[in-house]
Design a protein around this ligand. Structure first.
Ligand code: ADP
Length: 225
């Protein structure tokens, strides 16, 4: 049974969605002089929007989630709060998805306050309207039922985190520590309902081994506890 609602997003869909988003922005008559990619998820969509909207200037800003000590709540911060002068320029801030909305809201406020643009608007490929506290000016897909979107640029990171989760949770539930490659692949498909392909499973296991989370014993993978 699928435990986490997940959708595997292909490169083709990313191009299609970015093109669709560009069409919406163009139809609205907004012509940005500068696109700002919200790192890291906004990189690929921002680069494609530069292409589809014929924009030459591409900058980036990174937001990061920070768990405040003794608080369960996460807080978004601007990681490198550098300043640039964008006076007289129209800006478009781009991210892959607006989930909580914290990152894009923070980036928008930071840019308006510190980079002095003529105008700033926000865009994302997807907007989770049921949970987001911030609605971007432009989005291509409105998501109403929360889903984890497995984008092509986080495929390996997601895969090793997903595998780690399967192994640790199963250990808590059943004490199982040893897994064969096939068991891991089947577990992954069962838990997440997607298949990322052998290259990603093998690379993910290599990373988990490097991190000391698992140990290889012959052809089996053992959770290091
Ligand atoms: P935001 O604050 O932009 O709404 P979050 O801060 O919750 O989003 O998440 C920051 C980044 O984490 C997103 O830009 C995206 O790259 C990734 N992310 C968040 N939620 C999802 C999701 N449901 N599916 C895939 N990636 C996600």
């Amino acid at each position: 049974m699928v435990r986490v609602k997940t959708k595997l997003v292909t490169w083709e869909e990313i191009v299609e969605w970015s093109h669709g988003l560009a069409m919406i922005i163009r139809k609205d008559g907004y012509k940005p002089d500068v696109i700002v990619a919200l790192a890291r998820g906004g990189y690929v969509p921002a680069r494609l929007l530069c292409d589809f909207l014929d924009v030459e200037n591409l900058l980036s800003i990174q937001s990061q989630h920070w768990t405040e000590a003794a608080k369960a709540e996460e807080k978004a911060i601007i990681k490198y709060p550098y300043k640039v002068d964008l006076s007289g320029r129209r800006v478009l801030i781009v991210d892959d998805i607006v989930d909580t909305g914290d990152s894009i809201k923070l980036a928008y406020e930071f840019i308006v306050k510190n980079w002095n643009p003529l105008e700033a608007r926000t865009a994302a490929l997807q907007w989770i309207s049921s949970v987001a506290k911030f609605k971007p000016d432009y989005y291509y897909i409105e998501v109403t039922d929360w889903t984890w979107f497995q984008y092509p640029w986080t495929r390996l990171e997601d895969t090793y985190q997903f595998i780690k989760r399967i192994m640790t949770e199963t250990y808590k539930e059943t004490n199982k520590k040893k897994w064969s490659f096939e068991e891991i692949v089947n577990g992954f498909k069962e838990w997440y309902g997607i298949d990322v392909g052998e290259l990603y499973y093998r690379e993910a296991l290599r990373i988990l081994e490097e991190k000391g989370i698992i140990v290889r014993e012959g052809s089996e993978y053992v959770l290091a506890t």
